[in-house]
Ligand binder design. Structure first.
Ligand code: ZN
Length: 263
């Protein structure tokens, strides 16, 4: 048997378990023989991840849920392959992520970014159960509270379990946040609200979908909120911004006319 490398009681993360970077964070939460996965990552690592789980003596028939935090291809491309290996598991997602996963939507998921030459498969797979904010995922004696945290992508979920928050692509240890892009439903005002909710909660640890696990730090999260609040008014963020104050200034200057002496 492969020794289980628990980050916290009942929580294993597969990159930490393998001691190398395989892709997005894949959290295995377990109680007794029952277990679930939060995200699965790319298709080409599914077999290896499931084999590691088998070697850790988790019965494959006892995988209860395959949870999709959201529909980005780097988190969910492997769902169909995982379901084939773990047929008893229910695939779980938020209703707003469901259409993209069930249709294999290549634009919303970032599987297809034509201008950058990115084009990969996104196998469509049916969602077995949708969950909303406040719903509970039960696993043995454990309960994961569902948080709907929109802003980065359509239907993004986070999960609270005691002092831990499986925080998805909301925020990473260095203060970066999940990609802001209108093509996968980013909304800066929603994103700020999700980050404020995370800032104000009393969890001790954030378990993100990329990069290291880190301590909840209110001051650090406030800086992230402040940064994104600035983005609301910057042309850099295109249609994700709500306005661009320079255009108002320009309107006034257009009335006055251009004067090289004053510019
Ligand atoms: Zn994402």
């Amino acid at each position: 048997m492969l020794a289980r490398n628990e980050l916290f009681p009942h929580v294993i993360e597969m990159n930490y378990q393998a001691r190398r970077r395989m892709g997005c964070s894949v959290y295995l939460v377990f109680d007794g023989n029952d277990w679930l996965l939060i995200d699965i990552g790319y298709e080409d690592t599914v077999a290896e991840i499931v084999e590691l789980i088998r070697q850790m003596d988790f019965p494959l028939a006892n995988c209860r849920y395959l949870v999709a935090t959201h529909a980005d291809v780097d988190h969910v491309q492997g769902l169909k392959a995982a379901k084939a290996l773990l047929p008893n598991a229910e695939i779980v997602a938020h209703p707003h992520a469901q259409p993209a996963i069930e249709s294999g939507d290549r634009i919303v998921s970032f599987a297809e970014i034509e201008a950058q030459g990115i084009s990969i498969d996104f196998p469509a797979v049916p969602i077995d159960r949708t969950i909303e904010d406040g719903d509970t995922l039960k696993l043995g004696g454990l309960e994961l509270e569902t948080w709907y945290t929109p802003g980065h992508a359509l239907g993004q979920l986070a999960f609270r379990m005691g002092d831990l928050l499986f925080s998805g692509d909301n925020v990473y240890r260095d203060g970066c946040v999940g990609n802001i892009d209108p093509h996968h439903g980013s909304d800066l005002e929603d994103f700020i609200a999700s980050l404020e909710r995370i800032r104000d909660c009393d969890v001790k640890w954030l378990l993100p979908s990329h990069g290291p696990v880190f301590r909840h730090d209110r001051a650090m999260l406030q800086k992230v909120v402040d940064r994104l609040s600035g983005y609301l008014h910057m042309a850099d963020f295109g249609t994700c911004a709500v306005d661009w104050p320079l255009l108002k200034e320009w309107e006034g200057e257009l009335l006055e006319g251009f004067d090289p002496e004053k510019a």
